[in-house]
Design a protein around this ligand. Structure first.
Ligand SMILES: [Zn+2]
Length: 271
C-alpha cells in the first residue's frame, strides 16, 4: 500500500515524464477514483503544460499552466506508469494523460481507492490544508510538539494524516520498532529521548525505502515478485531481526501491526 516513499517515487517519475510538457489529451471513463466529479473537468486539462508536481504527505498536487491543478491520491493500489506509443491496453487504467510523442501516463488502480480531483490550484491546496506537516525531515522539536498531550496510542497518532502526513501502517510499524517503542504507548507519555529516537527512526525508515525505489516502475509489497523489504512489517510470528524473540501482533485503530515484545516493552524504558 503506498505511503510517503511510494508517493514520493510517483512524484519523481511524474516530474520526469511530464513537467515542462503539454498534456495533449486526457482520457478517462466513469470510475470511483473521480468520486462523482465530472470527467469533463479532467479532460479539460488537455492542452495545458504541467509546471511542477508537489507532494504533501500521501497527496500529489500537479500544477498546470493557468492556475489549474490536479490533486491525486494513490489510495491502496494506485500507481502511475509511462507506456510507450503503440503499447497494448493497460489493465485497470482509470485515467490516461497523453503526451505529444504518443507516450501515455496511465493512472492504474485495481481497487479504485485512489482519487483524482481537478480544480483551481488554490482551491485544491486549501482542500489539503487539514493535513499535518510532512513526515519526511520533520525534526525532533516539531515531532515533540505534535505528540504533546495526545492521549491516543502512538501508533494511531502517527497514522493520523491530520497530525503528521505521509505515514501509514507500514512506516509507523517500522519506525516504532527501530525506536524501540511499544505501539500502544500513549503518544503524550513519550519522554524526550524516546521522541528523539522516534524522529530519527521515522526519517530512517522513509529514506531507506526512498533509496530502494529506482527506475520507472514500482512494485508494492503483496504484489507478485516482491520480497518483503521491511524489518518487522508483515513478519508476525518470525524472529525479531534484533533479538530473535518472536514478533507479536497488536490491533490499534483497526489496523494490525507487528512488534517485538522484547525490544518494544510496554513499560517506559530509560536509556
Ligand atoms: Zn527484538
Amino acid at each position: 500500500m503506498p505511503e510517503l516513499p511510494e508517493v514520493e517515487f510517483a512524484r519523481q517519475c511524474l516530474s520526469r515524464w511530464l513537467v515542462g510538457r503539454k498534456i495533449t489529451g486526457v482520457e478517462c471513463s466513469p470510475s470511483r477514483v473521480l468520486r462523482g466529479r465530472s470527467e469533463r473537468k479532467l479532460r479539460d486539462l488537455a492542452g495545458r503544460v504541467v509546471r511542477k508536481i508537489d507532494r504533501r504527505g500521501k497527496w500529489l498536487l500537479w500544477h498546470f499552466a493557468g492556475g489549474r491543478g490536479l490533486a491525486s491520491h494513490l489510495g491502496m493500489t494506485g500507481k502511475f506508469e509511462l507506456v510507450p506509443p503503440g503499447a497494448p491496453p493497460v489493465r485497470w487504467s482509470r485515467a490516461r494523460f497523453l503526451r505529444a510523442d504518443g507516450a501515455i501516463v496511465h493512472f492504474i488502480d485495481p481497487r479504485r481507492f485512489g482519487e483524482l480531483r481537478v480544480g483551481a490550484l488554490d482551491d485544491l491546496r486549501a482542500g489539503l490544508s487539514e493535513l499535518g506537516p510532512d513526515a519526511l525531515g520533520l525534526g525532533r522539536r516539531r515531532l515533540a510538539a505534535l505528540l504533546a498531550d495526545r492521549t491516543g496510542t502512538i501508533k494511531t497518532v502517527l497514522m493520523d494524516q491530520n497530525v503528521l502526513a505521509g505515514l501509514g501502517n507500514i512506516y509507523s510499524t517500522e519506525a516504532l520498532f527501530t525506536a524501540g517503542i511499544h505501539p500502544a504507548r500513549r503518544a503524550g507519555t513519550l519522554h524526550p529521548a524516546e521522541i528523539a529516537r522516534l524522529g530519527s527512526a521515522i526519517d530512517e525508515s522513509l529514506r531507506r525505502m526512498l533509496a530502494m525505489n529506482s527506475g520507472d516502475k514500482i512494485v508494492y509489497v503483496g504484489e507478485s515478485k516482491r520480497t518483503n523489504p521491511f524489518l518487522v512489517y508483515g513478519r508476525v510470528g518470525t524472529p525479531c531481526p534484533r533479538c530473535e524473540a518472536t514478533l507479536a501482533k497488536i490491533t490499534l485503530g483497526g489496523r494490525t501491526c507487528s512488534f517485538c515484545p522484547s525490544c518494544q516493552p510496554r513499560a517506559r524504558k530509560e536509556r
